[in-house]
Structure formats: C-alpha cells, structure tokens
Design a protein around this ligand. Structure first.
Ligand code: SAM
Length: 265
C-alpha cells in the first residue's frame, strides 16, 4: 500500500475518535471550557512563559492544548489532518473568544498551507507514531522555526510501543521496521466506544528522533525520560501517584515518556 492509503485510513480513524473524545471524561471538555488547562507540567515547565510568543502546534487534535497555550498569552496556530478535530477546535476557539488559528492538513504538506516562522514549535503525546518518516518531519519543524526558536516534543517512550496492548509480552521491534497495521476497537479515551478500524503506525527509536532533529541543525538542549505516563491512556495501568500512571506488574521498571527540547540554529 502507498503512504497516502495509510494517511487516509488514519485520518478517518481520527475523525471517528474525535466524535467520541469530545464527550469523554478523559478530555473533560466541561472543565476545559470553564478554565482548566489541559497542559501537563512537563511541557509548561519546559517552555516557561509563552506570553507574546508565536506557537505552532503540530498534530493538535481538537485543540485543547493549543487553546490552553493561547490562554497563557501565546499567539497559536494548530494543525491536524482530521477535519472533525479541526472543526471542533475552531468551534471551541470561538466559544472561548480566543484568537487561535487552525489549519486542516497533513503536517507533511504544511508548507503548502501555512506561511511564516514561529518562536515555538510544539507537539506532544501520541504524535510521531502516525508518521512514517522523521527526517521529513524534522524538515517541517526546521522550516517553521525562527532562527533561535524552540522545538518541544513530549512523547510516549518507544519502549511502551514494543509491548502488546495488555503489556504481557514484547511484540514489536524497538527500531522502525516499517509500517505496523492494527485492527483497533474503541479508543484510549473510551475503550468501549463502538468504533472499529485498521490503523497504520510506525515505531521510532530515540536515536531516530534525535538524529533527525540534529540533521536539520536543531541543537538538543534538554532530553529527559520519565517512568510514568501523565495520561491514563494504556491498558493495565495503576496510578502510582496523583496523575502518574505505570503498568501493573512493571511499576517503575520501564520508561514511559520522554521530552526533547531543541533550539534552531
Ligand atoms: C494522539 S493525538 C494528539 C494528542 C494530543 N496531545 C491530544 O491529546 O490532544 C494525534 C493527532 O495526530 C493527528 N495526526 C495523525 N497523523 C497526522 C498527520 N500525518 N498529519 C496531521 N495530523 C495527524 C490525528 O488526527 C490526531 O489528532
């Protein structure tokens, strides 16, 4: 199958997921609309004061994080290829009377849809696994960063993606060995949701991520690994401290997320 077929299937899947996510406890839209930030401390501490800065959010889903940065005073642009997600993000932007801009397109095609450069390019939690090629991804990031601008990635750790869904055994290679097709039902925000589809993803090792950024002249300033997830989005989880989830039976033994902060030359 060609790349476009994978993207088309994934986009439809994210359209389906968005309709479920909108009303889920996981995304808790009611609290968000009444002022709660959806951002986690890893990203707020890494980026510090964003007031007055321009921020491009890649794979923004339906915009909660994008709009949370806007509430902190950033001039934000969110990008996602799911039409449902972007429609909802624009609706929330209007409802909250913020001035965010949302672009609907595949991030690989973004230079054909958006002009300008940004102080910050930001992308987090469940993003690069949908992308086949990180060298092309890093080129997009470099293209949209001002010289001296900051890139921040916070992502689930590639070790997590090696396991089967129930974390009983290693199922996939650590390194990128090509496309992984999976038939999935439900979604992390509602496991019982009546949706079923085939999705296509790629595992990316840490060296693949960091190597791609270095190749584009991004200087890695901060790199951290964490042994918990701040989201309860996997099977077999246990909350080991408020807002920190690990896998039952594997508590404290595996990394679950990492962050990379890099500066454009
Ligand atoms: C797990 S979500 C991002 C999570 C986000 N932090 C959140 O919870 O709001 C992944 C997003 O990537 C988007 N996506 C996947 N592949 C993409 C691509 N090639 N171009 C643009 N968006 C893509 C999906 O539509 C989805 O909204």
């Amino acid at each position: 199958m060609d790349e476009q077929t994978y993207f088309d299937a994934n986009r439809l899947s994210w359209d389906q997921r968005t309709k479920v996510h909108k009303d889920s406890d996981f995304y808790d839209l009611v609290s968000f609309l009444s002022g709660k930030s959806s951002l986690m401390s890893v990203e707020t501490e890494a980026l510090g004061d964003v007031a007055g800065k321009s921020l491009l959010h890649l794979q923004c889903h339906f915009g909660q994080d994008t709009l949370s940065w806007a509430r902190k005073g950033a001039k934000v642009t969110g990008v996602d290829f799911s039409g449902e997600a972007i429609r909802l993000a624009r609706e929330l932007n209007e409802q909250l009377k913020l001035d965010a801009r949302f672009v609907e397109c595949n991030i690989y095609d973004l230079p054909q849809h958006l002009e300008g450069q940004f102080d910050i390019v930001f992308t987090t939690y469940g993003v690069i696994g949908w992308l086949p090629d990180l060298e092309r991804w890093a080129k997009i990031i470099r293209h949209f960063l001002k010289p001296g601008g900051t890139f921040l990635l916070v992502e689930f750790h590639p070790i997590v993606w090696m396991f089967d869904d129930d974390f009983t055994k290693i199922k996939y290679p650590y390194h990128n060995a090509g496309v992984i097709a999976e038939e999935n039902t439900g979604t992390y925000a509602d496991r019982e949701a009546p949706i079923k589809r085939v999705e296509y993803g790629w595992n990316h090792s840490l060296s693949e991520v960091i190597g791609a950024l270095l190749k584009e002249g991004l200087q890695v300033e901060q790199f951290e690994e964490f042994n918990y997830s701040p989201y309860d989005c996997f099977n077999q989880t246990v909350e080991v401290a408020p807002g920190r989830w690990q896998i039952k039976g594997l508590e404290g033994t595996i990394p679950m997320m990492y962050s990379v902060k890099a500066i454009a030359d």
